[in-house]
Design a protein around this ligand. Structure first.
Ligand code: TYD
Ligand code: MG
Length: 483
């Protein structure tokens, strides 16, 4: 057999080279190239290389009838929302997330609910023993669900076993990094193994019509470890996110061939597993620090659903030559833009200040509509002027300092009214989109200067404020020029 010319494979991105080098040209990572035998994966049919006969293993119990529906609801509304209405037959989903975030918990719950509904649902754990998975199910109160369970890592055995009997409606593989196939000789977890294993499992899903969920580990920089290649092979990539210390977990579609990618599913990790949060605003606003300057509530839209979330800013005098700009949950370029507009058009001097910005609850905001709320929080922190606690903010800020309208004004206002807010600060030009009485006091602003002046006025004469707010937060045309 001729040896393949390409035998050094980057363990990060899967690029192949014919000689070793310190840095991968494709992804820029150092020391990630490892020698692998890639010949088997590409040139030899599986049957020839596979020297050992596939062994059948027993699955725990068999659930009854199978139903045919193009989409299979998982029984968890938040999961269905992210997948676009349930699992599609023969589709493959990759669920990524940090270790310990709750991927196994989420998928144990989903398979159990499906099995309870009478579908054949299989959970294959490559990381935990059957007893461990059972223990978790017991803790979740799902031990009675007729899930078919196995602790296996050989792809050939898994495919052979799953091909027996009725086609499973859902197969969970936890995780793809632990799977191995005899068709390639590399160690489990290497790019070659992961790719070949995923290929074999995906082939099974496509031919049988079973929905397949692959669990993938995530590296510290947020990539699904090793198999970036797998992301291209699957139909949908979901990422399960959250701060370890907080109870909120957010499921987000990164790629979805069968549904939208802007929907989020919100869960809360409790002692009894993941609880679905159907009204995320209540959760994100549940621990508000009322009465402190530097916070503003943003009325946002995630997918089709309005979500209210608190934005927090801390503006503090810097001791460094280059002030710090630290952002969590928002785009740092967006923050720089808002800071530049405040500086250029509103006379707010921020170059001598460190700026820290945070979105409460671990949510990540992508909407430009958050500009106005962010600006309000920043100015509020700088001037030590508390914003009204019953106000929500939304609107996009243009580079000229104008406040531009954003989509779905009435949905945002309705959600704010529902949660007991009394007023909204919104773009002047959005007036036309407001359908009927919202029950809110509407404070429309045409330009950022107006908003800054209003907030600065609130901060005047208050004790314990930031150094000289007049100099920093008064519109440029009113500002004293100091020598
Ligand atoms: P797990 O699903 O094992 O995470 P992953 O598969 O993503 O690595 O979840 C592990 C964490 O979840 C663990 O730190 C404990 C916590 N947990 C709860 O708080 N409540 C529960 O009911 C369960 C099952 C787990
Ligand atoms: Mg796990």
């Amino acid at each position: 057999m001729a040896k393949s010319a390409l035998s050094f494979v980057c363990q990060n991105c899967g690029a192949a080279y014919n000689r070793w080098q310190g840095k991968c040209d494709a992804c820029g990572e150092w020391n990630t190239l490892a020698e692998e035998d890639t010949t088997g994966a590409t040139t030899m049919p599986a049957g020839i290389r596979s020297r050992r006969k596939s062994r059948l293993f027993t699955l725990e119990t068999l659930a009854g009838k199978t139903q045919d529906a193009p989409r299979l609801s998982s029984g968890m509304a938040e999961l269905d929302r992210v997948t676009g209405g349930g699992f599609v037959r023969g589709s493959v989903l990759l669920v990524g997330g940090d270790p310990g975030i709750g991927k196994s918990t989420l998928l144990t719950q989903a398979t159990s609910l499906l099995a309870r509904a009478g579908h054949r649902a299989v959970y294959i754990s490559g990381e935990e023993a059957v007893a461990q998975v059972r223990l978790r199910a017991e803790r979740l109160g799902l031990a009675d669900a007729p899930v078919q369970l196995a602790a296996e890592t050989s792809v050939e055995d898994i495919v052979a076993t799953l091909s027996e009997g009725a086609v499973p409606r859902l197969v969970v593989i936890d995780s793809i990094q632990t799977m191995w196939t005899d068709t390639v000789e590399s160690a489990p977890g290497t790019v070659t193994q992961v790719r070949a294993s995923a290929q074999a499992l995906i082939r099974f899903a496509k031919t049988s019509g079973a929905a397949l969920i692959l669990v993938g580990h995530v590296t510290k920089d947020g990539q699904i470890a090793g198999p970036r290649v797998v992301e291209h092979m699957v139909d949908a990539v979901l990422s399960f996110e959250g701060e370890g210390s907080q109870q909120f977990r957010i499921l987000r579609a990164v790629k979805n061939r069968f549904g939208p990618t802007d929907e989020i599913g919100v869960f809360e990790m409790t002692g009894l597993g993941l609880r679905e949060v159907s009204n995320p605003s209540e959760l994100f606003l549940s621990e508000r620090d009322l009465g402190s300057p530097g916070t503003a509530v943003f009325a946002g839209i995630e997918g089709t659903r309005p979500v209210l979330v608190e934005l927090q800013a801390l503006v503090a005098p810097t001791s460094l030559g280059t002030p710090r700009r630290a952002v969590v949950g928002w785009d740092s370029n967006r923050l720089s833009m808002v800071l530049a507009v405040l500086e250029a058009h509103c006379g707010v001097r921020l170059s001598g200040y460190d700026v820290y910005f945070n979105v409460a609850g671990g949510l990540r905001i992508n909407e430009p509509a958050a500009d106005l709320a962010a600006a309000a929080a920043l100015v509020s922190s700088l001037t030590n002027a508390q914003l009204p606690t019953d106000a929500v903010y939304f609107g996009e800020i243009s580079l000229s300092g104008a406040v531009r309208p954003v989509a779905q004004t009435s949905a945002r206002l309705k959600e704010a009214a529902k949660l007991g807010f009394g007023r909204a600060v919104l773009p002047e030009s959005a007036r036309g989109d407001i359908g009927g009485d919202t029950g809110l006091t509407l404070n429309t602003v045409a330009g950022l200067t107006t908003l800054v002046a209003e907030i600065a006025a609130r901060g005047q004469g208050r004790p314990g404020k930031a150094p000289d707010p007049e100099k920093n937060a008064t519109p440029a045309r009113f500002r004293r020029q100091d020598g």
